[in-house]
Design a protein around this ligand. Structure first.
Ligand code: FAD
Length: 297
């Protein structure tokens, strides 16, 4: 695919930004500064993750509720099935509904100890498809779910993973957001496979700008994401040069987005890690500007 030049990109995008709930006051300041920087880009929604094993229930709730209360952004709360009964999850959902939160990113979640197998709570939901069904019965939420272009590690096969995605969407989810990936073809292949399986909902690529290559390598190994050899080479020798690393990272993520754009993608979900600069720069390169400051032709 011939990707257009950055200068020719029109900024006709829908973007969303993912944050994690802050642990300390300093991290809280960093999160709110990131939200302030990114708000003028007019995201369709911003989402807040739920810690492994449900460990951030309070913090996620407080962060999402504050976004809903104090900003004009649509706040989405991630929610998982780990270590919670259906009744407990229903309570959490009720609290969100009461706080004015109308969008849930519904997930199965992973066990608190990395590397162990997910075991559903005896009175809990077996997985995300059941969670979507349960949430829809409770309140008419807008629901997003997760999708895996390189197949979820627990899936029996790529086809059964796609079948599971279809079940989640058929249960009432509106869109799927993908796990991060580094080659545009990975996304295009997955989009084609999903379409062939009769999936018509939007599949939004999850974009991870890589600042800490070592951390991303470890994360990728756990979630079945291929880290291409060329990428490792591009981060070689930059361990002690954070600014140079940041530049390389932004360039790679922007290039990925530019190629996705060439393939017709107009919706992008950014894993911001609570830092605005990289995501902002990538959106800017794609032509997105704050309302009232539209790009000149
Ligand atoms: P499910 O869709 O339930 O699938 C789990 C596995 O079971 C898959 O392998 C699937 O193929 C298989 N499966 C399900 N049903 C069946 C069936 N009937 N037959 C056969 N196989 C089946 N984790 C967190 O803890 N907190 C977060 O905030 C968080 N946010 C995320 C956001 C995004 C965009 C993504 C992509 C992931 C996120 N995760 C988060 C990680 C996620 O919780 C893990 O990847 C988890 O292991 C799977 O969750 P899921 O919702 O995709 O599970």
């Amino acid at each position: 695919l011939e990707a257009p030049l950055y200068a020719d990109l029109a900024g006709d995008l829908n973007v969303s930004f993912e944050f994690f709930p802050p642990k300390t006051e300093k991290m809280e300041d960093q999160l709110w500064s990131a939200i302030e920087t990114l708000t003028p880009l007019g995201p369709k929604f911003v989402s807040v993750t739920y810690g492994a094993g449900g460990s951030t229930r309070e913090r996620t709730h407080n962060t999402v509720a504050r976004i809903a209360r104090e900003t004009s952004l649509q706040a989405a709360a991630h929610l998982t099935c780990v270590a919670a009964s259906r009744a407990e999850i229903d309570d959490v959902a009720d609290c969100y509904w009461e706080a004015g939160v109308r969008h849930i990113v519904a997930l199965r979640g992973d066990p608190p100890e990395a590397g162990t197998k997910f075991v559903p709570h005896p009175d809990g939901y077996q997985g995300a498809a059941e969670l979507v069904e349960g949430l829809m019965k409770r309140h008419p939420f807008e629901i997003s779910v997760a999708a895996y272009p390189e197949t979820h590690p627990d899936a029996a096969s790529a086809q059964s993973d796609i079948d599971n995605l279809k079940r989640k969407l058929d249960a009432g989810a509106t869109r799927a957001i993908t796990q991060f990936f580094f080659e545009p073809e990975t996304f295009f292949r997955f989009r084609d496979t999903a379409a062939a399986a009769g999936i018509t909902a939007d599949i939004i690529p999850g974009i991870m700008p890589v600042s800490n290559f070592g951390a991303v390598q470890r994360m990728s190994a756990m979630c079945n994401t291929d880290v291409p050899g060329w990428m490792g080479k591009l981060f070689e020798g930059l361990d002690d040069l954070p600014a140079a690393r940041q530049l390389v990272s932004g360039t790679l993520a922007a290039e990925l987005c530019r190629k996705l754009y060439a393939g017709g993608v107009r919706d992008f979900h950014f894993y911001t890690l609570n830092r605005a600069e990289l995501s902002y720069a990538i959106c800017h390169l794609l032509g997105l500007r704050p309302a009232g400051l539209e790009k000149t032709a």
